[in-house]
Design a protein around this ligand. Structure first.
Ligand code: S3P
Length: 440
């Protein structure tokens, strides 16, 4: 298992490109595969999770070519075969560690006229699936899952059949669940409606609109009608992933004297709370007009970050959904923010690639942080100091990268164990960091 050793650095300087967005890249594979012609996806993220999505659709007869362009985002060509173009896979479809692929693809497969089996790695095999099987069954789906203590887990056995539309009020705050139901709704008689309590990332809605599906959004309700076809836009561009850029944005903020430009960062309004939260903590972040494309189906721009002292904040439950993937690295930022930062109602962190409340509390305490956990809340007293220690990734990419960034600020040496999981979302993470790090 790969381990990374880190020492304190002076600052970060120069510029880097945010890696392509993982959520959008995965949706690009799935929605393009169902479209009526070829789609060229520029700046596609070549990582473990996206490769799982590609291999799943290849195994169902979709021709997909992935061209790597060095350190830049890859180009993907997907030959869409229409809404009825998928074929039964010859074997079980292995989804690896990708929760997004597992949950979204299940919505599509529930409506096919064949049987599919989706298997997963040990970590994804213990992540909850009842949140998708329940609404899909209400649409008429036939799905069997491994059951344990009233919850359901992979592998999923899906006997595809005709589905009917539903109106569903989401009991959990999850873009994966919303997307799963919307994708099933594409194939279902009538109009499917999904009502959220808190709006989650809307990449599926935006992409389905780009492909001219009959989908509309009214406040917290998304409606989708059964579609005859999805029209290929021919080309689409995936902006950078703000959740990956977050590691460098926070490193630049915490290391005084830093000046860093992060290029092509996705600025979808449902994903930019990290910037809002950091700004109210005192961060110096500018969105640059030059090179921005705020009118694209997924808006993006370059951002400039300068080192700045931070003060504490409270992240309330209704903000948690908007920065769910950035909370681990925000915990690191909070260690250096004057006062007590509170994160309230972050229970969804417990069902990510690992229990991220446990992983971050455990790791940061080893580094001397003053961090408390009560139920699903976190309280971090910003002492402005961390000490190098040996910490764990718990097999979770975002925990691993957060701890590497913590190590840049800590006295002595920090060792992050078991870091190959970083390939899940950001294979070039260490290389990018080395290019911007300055020792003094
Ligand atoms: C994702 C949604 C979020 C997020 C995950 C990607 C998506 O998960 O944490 O990294 O692509 O829809 P939930 O929907 O489970 O909150």
């Amino acid at each position: 298992m790969k381990m990374i050793k880190i020492k304190k650095i002076g600052k970060v300087k120069g510029e880097c490109i945010a890696p392509p967005d993982k959520s959008i890249s995965q949706r690009a594979v799935m929605i393009s595969a169902l479209s009526n012609a070829e789609v060229r996806v520029d700046n596609f993220l070549d990582c473990d999770d996206c490769r799982r999505a590609i291999s799943a659709f290849r195994s169902m007869g979709i021709k997909i070519i992935l061209k790597r362009n060095g350190a830049q985002g890859a180009t993907l060509f997907v030959r869409g075969k229409g809404l009825k173009g998928l074929k039964k896979a010859k074997k079980d479809i292995y989804i690896g560690n990708s929760g997004t692929t597992m949950r979204l693809i299940t919505g599509i497969l529930a409506a096919q006229d064949f049987r599919s089996v989706l298997s997963a790695d040990p970590s994804l095999s213990v992540r909850p699936m009842k949140r998708i099987t329940e609404p899909l069954r209400a649409m008429g789906a036939l799905i069997k899952a491994r059951k344990k203590a009233k919850e359901e887990y992979p592998p999923l056995i899906i006997n595809g059949r005709n589905l009917k539309s539903i109106s569903y009020r989401m009991p959990v705050t999850s873009a994966q669940v919303k997307s799963c139901i919307l994708l099933a709704g594409l194939f279902s008689r009538g109009t499917t409606r999904v009502k959220e309590q808190i709006k989650t990332r809307d990449h599926t809605e935006r992409m389905l609109m780009l492909f001219k599906a009959s989908i509309s959004v009214c406040g917290l309700t998304v409606s989708i009608k059964q579609s005859k076809e999805l029209v290929s836009p021919k080309k689409m561009f995936v902006p950078g992933d703000i959740s990956s850029a977050a590691f460098f944005i926070i490193a630049a903020t915490l290391l005084s004297g830093s000046r860093l430009k992060v290029k092509k960062v996705g600025l979808n309004p449902t994903r930019i709370y990290l910037l809002k939260i950091l700004k109210r903590m005192g961060a110096n972040i500018e969105i640059l007009k030059n090179g921005a494309n705020l009118k694209a189906f997924e808006p993006y721009a370059d951002i400039q970050v300068f080192g700045a002292p931070l003060k504490s904040t409270t992240i309330k439950e209704d903000e948690v959904a908007y920065c769910i993937d950035e909370l681990p690295i925000l915990c690191v930022a909070a260690c250096f923010a004057k006062g007590k930062t509170k994160i309230i109602g972050a229970g969804e962190l417990r069902v990510k690639e690992t229990d991220r409340i446990y992983s971050m509390v455990n790791n940061l305490r080893k580094m001397g942080a003053d961090i408390e956990n009560l139920g699903n809340d976190l309280m971090i007293n910003g002492t402005g100091r961390l000490c190098g220690a040996e910490v764990e990734s718990f097999g979770d990419h975002r925990t691993a990268m957060s701890m590497v960034i913590a190590g840049l600020m800590a006295s002595g040496q920090t060792t992050v164990k078991n870091t190959s999981c970083i390939n899940k979302s950001f294979p070039e993470f260490m290389e990018t960091l080395k290019n911007i790090a300055e020792l003094t």
